[in-house]
Write a protein that binds this ligand. Sequence first.
Ligand SMILES: C[S@@+](CC[C@H](N)C(=O)[O-])C[C@H]1O[C@@H](n2cnc3c(N)ncnc32)[C@H](O)[C@@H]1O
Length: 226
Amino acid sequence: MHQHRKVWGRKVARPLKINQKRLLDEELPKLQLFADFGKKLDLTQLMPGFESYILEIGFGGGEHLAWRAQQSSSQGFIGCEPFITGVAGLLGYIEDYELDNVRIVIDDARVLLQSLPDASLDRIFILFPDPWHKKRHHKRRIVSDETIGELSRVLKKGGELMMATDIQDYADWMVDVLSRRSEFTAMLDGRQSVYERPHPWLVTRYEQKGIDAGRKPSYLLYRKND
Ligand SMILES: C[S@@+](CC[C@H](N)C(=O)[O-])C[C@H]1O[C@@H](n2cnc3c(N)ncnc32)[C@H](O)[C@@H]1O
């Protein structure tokens, strides 16, 4: 039994198309992992044979995750996204690219993080997370003093936390959160946050929309110390 939990934001935007429904009915059950409070997910058992495990939190349409997974077949990728239309998008890429190294968790990343064992991931991507502009909503931000302990716990020593945002206030906030943690080192030439896009990179539709609207993305890469 998987209990229903409140996830902020939208879950379904518009009615699903026939192909999206097919992907969710037929392909999702083969790839879905379930997170639950109090029970740890052993990735090496659930998706055995990979040399390392990568998590993307809030993968949106799934194009970045699918692109990374296509490039690194020896790595296992876990995508976490509560928005069902995005999940259908990722399933479409998985089918088109014939990927067998991706699993999907449809849930709030906070629940997934609590369900992952210590030092189980080599890399975490959090790209353009919802900014929650209003001050009273800042506690909903997925990068926060509340979540950074869990993000750190599930990362291996030497593991990386890659973040991006096109909201300057959130970039500054991320730097503040990370600066308070002695176990992380800023990697991009020691700079906490940069405007130059790291390489290699895939610009998602969401990132491109922001650029077209005049927003300037910041990129942040931290390594967990040995
Ligand atoms: C602004 S979009 C960015 C999507 C994608 N990362 C990109 O760059 O194209 C933020 C995404 O995070 C997801 N999200 C929001 N809250 C979340 C949470 N608590 N856990 C996991 N994903 C979440 C949203 O559903 C949305 O798809």
